[in-house]
Design a protein around this ligand. Structure first.
Ligand SMILES: N[C@@H](CCC(=O)N[C@@H](CS)C(=O)NCC(=O)O)C(=O)O
Length: 217
């Protein structure tokens, strides 16, 4: 399988399946399509039906969109527990991932992912504060419900992979968080799959200057 991704420093959507697959030990090749460069559109055109990454190619099958890629690899490797066996726990985990996938647009705009940047943000809108509070509440509730250290308990799942880019954003912009959320963040940052992504992001170059001084919108 080959996973096409964007810059590790900026591409929050790419981070999700890459981290989920790496954490589960699924073998895959990766190819980076550098964003915001002269040939980006042409390269996206050749691999991605949606002209966006991430895209997974498995022989003659193309799977696009971060969530469907994670669901596909979970079905291909069910024994790796990217989702839990228990149907109710799995439904809860899918709710976490779906809420991230379709929500938090205020936070995503105001705090774009830029792993190399440190820019503590003193003021943000009420809408961004609501997103931060909601994420903090759902982390805290999940950790209490399943006992941690990950959102669904003992195994790092697709739900954790979906929130890993939020952890990167919180690391950059430093909103104040409760202890449970802060400790969860530290565990995510230290997870070997996330640490490998961060290390690559730190040295990959290909800076996009409009994103390198904070939030663009
Ligand atoms: N909902 C999609 C979003 C994918 C997306 O927006 N990808 C961005 C990069 S993070 C992209 O490919 N942008 C193309 C471009 O900037 O030219 C997913 O979950 O995969």
């Amino acid at each position: 399988m080959k996973l096409y991704i964007g810059n590790k420093n900026y591409s929050s959507w790419s981070m999700r399946p890459w981290v989920a697959m790496t954490a589960a030990g699924i073998p895959f090749e990766e190819e980076i399509i550098w964003l915001d460069e002269a040939d980006t559109a042409a390269r996206l055109d050749t691999v991605s039906p949606s002209k966006k990454i991430p895209v997974l190619v498995d022989e003659n099958l193309t799977v696009w969109d971060s969530l469907s890629i994670c669901e596909y690899v979970h079905e291909k490797y069910p024994a790796l527990n990217l989702w839990p066996d228990d149907k109710r726990k799995r439904a809860y985990g899918r709710s976490l991932a779906a809420e991230m996938h379709s929500g938090f647009s205020e936070l995503r705009q105001a705090m774009n992912m830029n792993i190399r940047l440190r820019l503590p943000m003193k003021n943000y809108s009420n809408a961004v504060a609501r997103d931060i509070n909601r994420i903090q509440a759902l982390w805290t509730e999940s950790l209490q419900r399943y006992g941690g250290p990950w959102l669904l308990g003992a195994t790092f799942s697709i739900a954790d992979a979906f929130y890993a880019p939020v952890v990167m954003r919180f690391q950059t912009y430093s909103p104040s968080l409760n202890d449970s959320a802060s400790h969860y963040m530290q565990r995510v940052i230290a997870h070997p799959a996330v640490a490998a992504w961060i290390a690559a992001a730190s040295t990959e170059g290909h800076a996009i200057s409009k994103y390198d001084h904070g939030h663009p919108e």
